[in-house]
Every structure is written in structure tokens, then in C-alpha cells.
Design a protein around this ligand. Structure first.
Ligand code: PEP
Ligand code: MG
Length: 835
């Protein structure tokens, strides 16, 4: 077969790979070329019959006598225009000759209303032929040669091996679906293979090599997907991708938070900020400050109008992208170990390597846009896809795209980022803060308030790490501000007061000043023991997940470590942590605590804490399923390595070992046996300290029957509350109805600590409640004698304990337990302690 195909339209020739639609750029429909049209007249490129004319008139196929089919597609996504802007001169089955008018279209209208106005000509049938393409950069409709179909060629090696392999359906375990991070990990693996790899969900397919395309499928938790691969390494690709997807694509528990509210609340509608007004928002980072409003104008990006032609502009874009990527790589090195920031930078790098974004940018350059315009347009296309997603976490990535858009365009134009000339004592107010904005904040900024945003955005994670108070999702009411207004920001309680009256301001300033002074004073006394006024010592210990946090706890005056979540240390392991690596990590932590006791919790994996190194079954109800101790019998290597590493630690007297998620005597008895057996096989004589977490009501209720076999209890109020009130601790919607102050939870804490105290043993609390100032008196009154607290709170909690009397706390706890609800309990705390 040999068929010459003329240009159907006049204009500049653009490679098919640059069409901003993967159906064309990835040659899914066939090979060909695109033309950037100079006018809207489309003519027949070959002699033949009109074999299809779409009713939207944006696409027409001509079939030659020899059976070759040529498709002319006007614009991208122009089917949505439903015929508007198009006029046809032919009907289906009409015979046409080269140069006959087929369709006329309005170039301006199409360009303005569709993502691209390129006219694409492809050979859809036969597909296994050599396609020769014109070398000319400009073609004339019905006159210039565009394409030529050569002889049928030998199929390539790729095609020979190219049978499509399809995976079995895979259920998605990622609680938040495929948002940017898992999509990035998936694309990263897929890009290591030559084969074409796609993901299919409900009949919709997308390239597995593009983050945006993956996200565009809107894959959610528990969705079923299949992976399709064809090419020379299709089998290897599936072998690598299937387990990776099944295991959650390296997502750690930290990332498994439900998406929080992202839209601005309407609670502030109608507020008048020119007067003293209190507005509410979402607390993204706790803290209490007073300052003056500094408006952060959205930095507008100047797009140059100069254009040096496609070749030069492509070079400019390439250079800018390479430069931004290099800078990000440098920043990753500088921020090594700062887990969240490092991850955010890696996500940005992933976005800049996403071929959907980059291919689109190149296409726009090819279609005549300058480098900056092209990148802006390409980002807009990605944002469009993200915007359509149902998943809030996917939507949150739009901020990252906008951040990169600004960064790349500024690199192209050479514009310098605005130095934030913020006066001391400012509270920054803006529409929404992007990660780059946060990295520029200096000591003059006391806090931030934004109209949009969410508590789970990357910017918010950075604000929390920086300890910067932040209130987000306040709404458009902030537009009323002119700058310079006085503001009190109580981010912990989720509100801000603008233009406070003198008395309110004075009260706030007094509180800020007092808080600051008290904290400084408390820090001076942090290393001293915390003894109540009636002489009872309460051990205030660290609550950690890494060596870094152990060091911080020691520096903050911790009396030891009350909880180390060992599963956090090895969260990124690909294989089960070996005895040696565990021994090393635990020894380092023990040494960092300089002779103080350290409580190692054995692995609490499974359920909602999947780990890459274990093949855990998918469960209907993971919170009630294979968690913590329930995993050990089936995963002997996991627990044996850990027990051996823990028993080898020296001095063993400072080591406390505790088991998570115990719910029955059988489990405890089994574990004691396992520990004893291991001790025997290691030839060890020294006793070990074994305790358990009290996280399940059954253990609190039968506490006396558990404590007799062990050395201590550690009460996990996070899970104990979850299992008592039957509200998933990760459910954002129900969060407001779940509280550890519920008298039912308090009763269980009291049962466990009373049993421990009666047996002459200790009960501690290692759940989040232990770090709350307003829970301290209550817990002591309930019989708790050890608190595992986050490092920044240690000094303040110790200071508070020194003002309490156990006797008074007991009377107060008794009253609290008799109340009807957590709200009543909190009110009582406020009334008695003003906390
Ligand atoms: C708890 O449940 O309170 C606890 C400390 O354990 P985790 O939060 O790790 O489940
Ligand atoms: Mg727990």
C-alpha cells in the first residue's frame, strides 16, 4: 500500500506527540501529524468516501479505495462544543476528491473555547504501516504533502511481544485514594518500564506513567482497578506494580488522614471587620498571638509577550525547568530528615517530571505560545483535572501546581521573588498560602490567617512544623481588611478577633506575655521532678517515634520515654526490620536518654497502619481487625527479631517493653510464653519488664486479671476512646462527638489505674490526652502516675503538676466521672482550673 495524504488545512506543522491530549500524543488512535491552522477551511487530504462525520462536526474520516482510513480531528475536546463554530460541506458516504471542502470552522472561537485548536490528521487504519511525515514546517491545504503510508512493515520487537497483559482487579488500600503522593510513586515505578502501561477504573483508562492522568481517574479507597501493560517488559511491569499498589504505594499512616474541610466556612458571612469582630476558622497550627494585619497580596506573575519562535521557546522552557528542578534537589538535600518538608519538595519534583504537564507545555510551545504562557496553560490543564476530582486531598495539590507555576515563570522571566518586607509583630493575612510562601516567613511573622486552605495542605504541615499559629478556611470576609488592623489570633481554639477593644486587647496581651514568661520559667525547671504539693511524684516522659524526638524529649526535661512507637522508626522499610537494625536503633534511643527508662512498644502494625514490608490481608473493618499483637502469631519473624533486639539492650533495667492492642488473657499469656522462650533460647538470665497497652475496654474492665501477670499498664486513650464510643478515630465528620473526656472513658481509665495501684504497679497514659493541659488534674485524680507527653509540653505539664494536690484531683475526678457528658466534664475543668 502506498498512499499520499495532503495537508487538510493550511498552517504550521506540529509533531503529533505535542498534541495536548494523550489519545493523540500517545498515538492511541494512530500515527500522523497536527497543523496549527492559519484559517478554518478543512479539505479532503485523499480521494475517497466520507466514512464518518461526527454529529458535532469536529471530526471527519475519509476512507481510500485501498481501505486506508484518514481521520481529521479539529481541535482537542471540541466534541463538547456540540457543533458550535463548525460548518460541514459533506455528508456521510459522500465521495470526495483531494482538495474538496469538508468542514469550515471558526479558528478564533475554537481556540478560545477548546484546550487546543490544532487540526490533527492521523491514519487510523491500517495501523501497522510505516508513516512518512513531511519535513516542511508550513503546509498548504490540498496542495502540500503531509503524510505518506509506506509498505506494511515488519512488526517491531515491541509489538511482537506486545500482547496486552491485564492484572487481576486490585482493591485500593490507600485511605485517601490516589492523591499526588501515591500517584507519584505509581508513575515512578511505571516509568521504569518501556511498555505501555495503563490503569483502568470502571472502563476509564489512563496512562500509569503520568501523575495527573492517574489522579484524573479519581481512584478512591476500596475502588477496584486493573493494570494493563503491553510491550517488551509488560510482565515485569505488572510484577512490580501489582504488589506495590496492593501494599498502598509506600503510604505511611501519617498520610492516612481523612481530608479535612477545604472550602471556606460560611460561618463568617456578614461579619464586619471594621469593628471589633470575632471570626472562626480551621486551626491548622495551634498558638495564641496578638499582632497587626499584614496583607499578603497574591503575587501576580508577569507573563512576557515576546516570542522567539517554537525552537527557541522550547529551549527556554527546558532550561527553566532544569533550573527549578536543580534548585528543588538542592533544597531536598538541605532539608534531609525534616520529613514533611522533604516529602513536599519531592512531590514538587515529581510534578515537574510528570509527562502530562511537560508534554502539554511542549505542545503549547509547538503551537506558538512562548515558554511562560505555555507552562501556565499546561498547569491550567492539570489543575482542571485535579479540580474535577472528588477527593479533597487531590484538590489540595492545586496549591502545589500554582506554586510551581509561579516558580517556573519567574525563572523564565528572571523576576526575583518578592522579599516579604513584613514589619515585626505581623499576622500575615492572605487568600491561601503556598509552600514557598511559608518557607520565606521570618521572625517578624507571628501567625497567619488565610481565606482558603485546609489543615492537611502541605503549607499547613509546614506551619505546624515551624510552630507558627495558623487559622485557615476563614472565607472571603478577609477581603474587607486593609492592613494594619489589630488582631488577636487564637489558632488553638480556631478564632481571631479583629480590631479588639482596648480591654480585650489588654487581656490578650497579658495572656500572651504570661504564657511566654511562664513557659520560659517552666523550661528552667523542666529537668526537676514533677511532685504534687502533697508529695506525689508524677513521671512526665516523652512520647516519640524517632531518635530525633528522643533527643528533643531529653532536652525538654523528660523523666524517660513513656511511649516509643517502634513501627514509626521503620515506617519506610521495604523488608521486615532485622534484629540488628532494631538493636542499633533502640540502643541509640536508650543512650540518648542517659540512663532514664525507655518504654518500647512492640510493633503496632496492621489495621489502619499498613506497612510495605508485610503482606497483610485486606479487611472489611481494619480498625477491629488484625492490629498490633493480633499480627504476631502469623508473622513470627517480625516479632522474634524485635523481642531479641529488645532483650539484648543494656541495661535491661531501663528497658520497658509493652504490647499494643491486647484484648484478651489468651493473647497476653501467649506473648509471655513467646518472650520467655526467646529469653531461654538466648541464654539470658536477667528479668525483663513487660507491660501492656490498655486500649480496649475489655482490658480496662478486667484490669486486675491482667496486671497480676505484668509490670505496668500504659493507657492508650486514643484507641480506648475509639473503642468505647465506637467512633473511628480517623473519621473527621464524627470527630466532634468523640472525646476522651467522656465519663465512660474516664471510668475505664480509673478502673485500669486503680487495679495497677492496688497491685503496687504503675499506670501511665500515652494517648494524646496526656499532652493536654486540661486533662492533667483529671488523670492524676483517676490514679495515673505517668504521662507520656510530646516534647514541647513537658515543661508546662511538669509546672502544672507542681501546683496540684492528689487529694484535690481525686475529689475532682470523682465528680467528673459522675457527670453525663464530655461537655460537662470540660466545663467542670474550666470552672476549677480555668484551663
Ligand atoms: C493510643 O491508642 O492512645 C496510642 C497511644 O496508640 P496509637 O495512637 O499509636 O494507636
Ligand atoms: Mg493505640
Amino acid at each position: 500500500m502506498n498512499l499520499e495524504i495532503l495537508a487538510p488545512v493550511s498552517g504550521a506543522v506540529i509533531p503529533i506527540e505535542q498534541v495536548p491530549d494523550p489519545a493523540f500524543s500517545e498515538k492511541m488512535l494512530g500515527d500522523g501529524l497536527a497543523v496549527n491552522p492559519t484559517n478554518g477551511m478543512v479539505v479532503a487530504p485523499i480521494d475517497g468516501v466520507v466514512s464518518s462525520l461526527h454529529k458535532s462536526l469536529h471530526a471527519v474520516s475519509i476512507t481510500s479505495e485501498s481501505g486506508a482510513e484518514v481521520l481529521i480531528h479539529i481541535g482537542v475536546e471540541t466534541v463538547n462544543l456540540q457543533g458550535k463554530g463548525f460548518k460541514a460541506f459533506v455528508k456521510q458516504d459522500n465521495k470526495v476528491k483531494k482538495g474538496d471542502k469538508l468542514i469550515e470552522f471558526d479558528v478564533d472561537f475554537i481556540t478560545a473555547n477548546a484546550p487546543s485548536g490544532l487540526v490533527i490528521t492521523i491514519i487510523t487504519n491500517p495501523m501497522d504501516v510505516e508513516v512518512f511525515k513531511t519535513k516542511a514546517s508550513l503546509v498548504e491545504a490540498g496542495k502540500s504533502f503531509l503524510l505518506n503510508i509506506g509498505e506494511r512493515r515488519e512488526p517491531s520487537a515491541l509489538e511482537l511481544e506486545g500482547e496486552e497483559i491485564i492484572s487481576t482487579p486490585i482493591k485500593i488500600v490507600n485511605k485517601n485514594g490516589f492523591h499526588a503522593r501515591p500517584a507519584g510513586v505509581l508513575a515512578n515505578i511505571a516509568n521504569k518500564f518501556k511498555s505501555k502501561i495503563e490503569i483502568e477504573k470502571n472502563g476509564k483508562k489512563a496512562s500509569a506513567k503520568s501523575i495527573v492522568s492517574i489522579m484524573g481517574l479519581g481512584i478512591e479507597y476500596q475502588d477496584s482497578i486493573t493494570i494493563l501493560a503491553s510491550g517488551p517488559d509488560a510482565e515485569e511491569a505488572l510484577k512490580a506494580l501489582m504488589p506495590a499498589v496492593k501494599e498502598g504505594l509506600n503510604e505511611t499512616e501519617e498520610e492516612h488522614h481523612p481530608a479535612l474541610q477545604t472550602v471556606a466556612s460560611d460561618a463568617n458571612t456578614g461579619a464586619d471587620l471594621s469593628k471589633e469582630t470575632k471570626i472562626t476558622g480551621i486551626s491548622a497550627s495551634a498558638g495564641f498571638v496578638t499582632g497587626k494585619v499584614f496583607l499578603m497580596a497574591e503575587e501576580t506573575i508577569e507573563i512576557p509577550s515576546t516570542n522567539q519562535g517554537p525552537a527557541k521557546e522550547a529551549e527556554i522552557l527546558d532550561k527553566a525547568l532544569a533550573s527549578v528542578k536543580n534548585n528543588i534537589k538542592e533544597e531536598i538535600k538541605e532539608n534531609k530528615g525534616k520529613h514533611s518538608f522533604e516529602e513536599i519538595l519531592k512531590t514538587h519534583l515529581g510534578i515537574l517530571e510528570d509527562h502530562f504537564l511537560i508534554d502539554n507545555a511542549n505542545s503549547f510551545v509547538g503551537a506558538g505560545k512562548n515558554a511562560a504562557e505555555a507552562f501556565v496553560n499546561a498547569v491550567e490543564k492539570s489543575v482542571e483535572i485535579l479540580n474535577a476530582a472528588q477527593n479533597n486531598l487531590i484538590k489540595e495539590r492545586i496549591a502545589d501546581y500554582k506554586d510551581l507555576q509561579r516558580r517556573v515563570v519567574m525563572t523564565i522571566t528572571g523576576a526575583k521573588p518578592k522579599i516579604l518586607n513584613v514589619p515585626a509583630g505581623s499576622v500575615l493575612v492572605g487568600q491561601e498560602f503556598l509552600p514557598n510562601d511559608i518557607s520565606k516567613l521570618n521572625a517578624n511573622v507571628l501567625g497567619v490567617i488565610s481565606a482558603g486552605g485546609s489543615a492537611t495542605s502541605h503549607a499547613s504541615i509546614m506551619l505546624r512544623n515551624a510552630g507558627m499559629p495558623a487559622l485557615v478556611a476563614v472565607g472571603s470576609v478577609l477581603k474587607q481588611l486593609k492592613g494594619g488592623e489589630e488582631v488577636i489570633l487564637n489558632a488553638a481554639e480556631g478564632y481571631a478577633v479583629f480590631n479588639p477593644s482596648d480591654s480585650v486587647k489588654k487581656e490578650a496581651l497579658t495572656r500572651v506575655e504570661a504564657d511566654k514568661k511562664a513557659h520560659e520559667q517552666n523550661l528552667l525547671n523542666a529537668s526537676k521532678p514533677a511532685v504534687t504539693i502533697d508529695g506525689v511524684a508524677i513521671s512526665v516522659e516523652g512520647n516519640i517515634g524517632s531518635l530525633d524526638e528522643a533527643v528533643k524529649s531529653a532536652q525538654s526535661g523528660a523523666d524517660g520515654i513513656g511511649l516509643i512507637r517502634t513501627e514509626f522508626i521503620f515506617a519506610n522499610n521495604k523488608t521486615i526490620p532485622s534484629e540488628e537494625e532494631q538493636y542499633k536503633a533502640y540502643s541509640d534511643i536508650l543512650n540518648a536518654m542517659g540512663g532514664k527508662p525507655v518504654t518500647f512498644r512492640t510493633f503496632d502494625v496492621g489495621g489502619d497502619k499498613p506497612v510495605a514490608y508485610m503482606n497483610l490481608p485486606k479487611e472489611e473493618n481494619p480498625i477491629m481487625g488484625l492490629r498490633g499483637v493480633r499480627n504476631y502469631e502469623a508473622n513470627k519473624e517480625l516479632i522474634t527479631n524485635q523481642i531479641r533486639a529488645l532483650l539484648r539492650l543494656k541495661p535491661q533495667a531501663n528497658v520497658r517493653i509493652m504490647i499494643p492492642m491486647i484484648s484478651s488473657a489468651r493473647e497476653l499469656d501467649h506473648m509471655i510464653n513467646v518472650f520467655d522462650e526467646e529469653k531461654k533460647s538466648m541464654g539470658l538470665k536477667e528479668d525483663y519488664n513487660l507491660g501492656i497497652m490498655v486500649e480496649v475496654p475489655s482490658v480496662a474492665i478486667l484490669a486486675d486479671r491482667f496486671i497480676e501477670k505484668i509490670s505496668f499498664f500504659s493507657i492508650g486513650t486514643n484507641d480506648l476512646t475509639q473503642y468505647t464510643v465506637a467512633i473511628d478515630r480517623g473519621n473527621a465528620q464524627l470527630a466532634k462527638f468523640s472525646s476522651s473526656f467522656n465519663p465512660a472513658v474516664l471510668t475505664l481509665i480509673n478502673m485500669a489505674s486503680t487495679a495497677a495501684n492496688k497491685a503496687g504497679k504503675k499506670a501511665g497514659v500515652c494517648g494524646g490526652m496526656a499532652s493536654q493541659m486540661n486533662a492533667v488534674a483529671l488523670l492524676i485524680g483517676l490514679g495515673v502516675r505517668e504521662l507520656a507527653v510530646s516534647a514541647p509540653e513537658i515543661a508546662n505539664i511538669k509546672a502544672l503538676i507542681r501546683t496540684l494536690s492528689v487529694k484535690e484531683c481525686e475529689a475532682f475526678a470523682k465528680e467528673a466521672i459522675s457527670l453525663r457528658s464530655s461537655v460537662n466534664v470540660r466545663e467542670l475543668v474550666k470552672q476549677k482550673f480555668n484551663l
